[in-house]
Design a protein around this ligand. Structure first.
Ligand SMILES: [Zn+2]
Length: 234
């Protein structure tokens, strides 16, 4: 979840240039990151953070399978350790898996040595559960500072941010999530959604599952194709 981002609009006027860029998802100031492809594009990449999560990650897998869509899941290492069978199911369904740290701290406040440990423990958890080594990294809350992305790259991972924020962590209905998506989608976007909650397994993500179903149907009908982040990165 990226609750801190919700306040960006409100604080933007007063924020310093550098302070704002630590949290704006598409900013390249603290290192290059992938957040989509250049327009014009008819491709979209759905991404899901903070899982694996019982039972909503599995519900989401059903929806994605029904639409024959591959997505990308940024997993929290400690939840992978708690639900390795769900992480394995995501991998076996052919979705991409990224590293979202072990305990989901805001990396603005994490030392380099602790960041390395967060990344390594999560990669090990994902490897043990799925047999795959994650090649993608997304910082919790979008928070980063100079060096954060460089350390991720040292660990063989490309930093991935996003362009479309659906605010699903606080949404009261699937319609609200879809409205945020519809307002921001231009084509070629990486879209941020959540199959879990960063505090614990068990967060209700039923609105996100329903919104996913509706968004895929709507945009496929308009000629869009849904691809994983690695597929979009080529
Ligand atoms: Zn997160």
């Amino acid at each position: 979840m990226i609750g801190t981002l919700a306040g960006i609009g409100a604080v933007a006027a007063g924020a310093s240039f550098v302070g704002l860029h630590t949290m704006v998802p598409w900013s390249q100031l603290y290192g290059a990151n992938f957040n989509g492809e250049a327009p014009p594009s008819r491709r979209l990449a759905l991404t899901y953070d903070d899982g694996p999560n019982d039972p909503h990650t599995l519900h989401l897998l059903d929806v994605l399978a029904r639409h024959n869509v591959k997505a990308t899941f940024f997993m929290v290492g400690q939840f992978v350790r708690q639900r390795p069978q769900i992480a394995r199911a995501v991998a076996e369904a052919g979705h991409a898996i990224g590293n979202h740290t072990y305990t989901h701290p805001n990396l603005i406040f994490v030392s380099r040595s602790n960041l390395r440990r967060q990344l390594e423990d999560t990669t090990k958890a994902i490897e043990d559960a799925t047999g795959q080594t994650p090649k993608l990294f997304r910082p919790p809350f979008g928070g980063r500072r100079p060096g954060t992305f460089a350390i991720a790259r040292e660990h063989g991972m490309t930093p991935v941010m996003w362009r479309v924020t659906c605010f699903d962590w606080s949404a009261k209905s699937n319609e609200t999530i879809e409205r945020h998506a519809n307002r921001q989608i231009k084509g070629g976007d990486v879209i941020l959604l959540h199959d879990g909650g960063h505090l614990a397994i068990g967060a209700d993500r039923s609105h996100t599952v329903k919104a996913t179903d509706n968004l895929i149907a709507k945009y496929k009908q308009s000629g869009y194709e849904f691809v994983s982040v690695p597929a979009m990165m080529g």
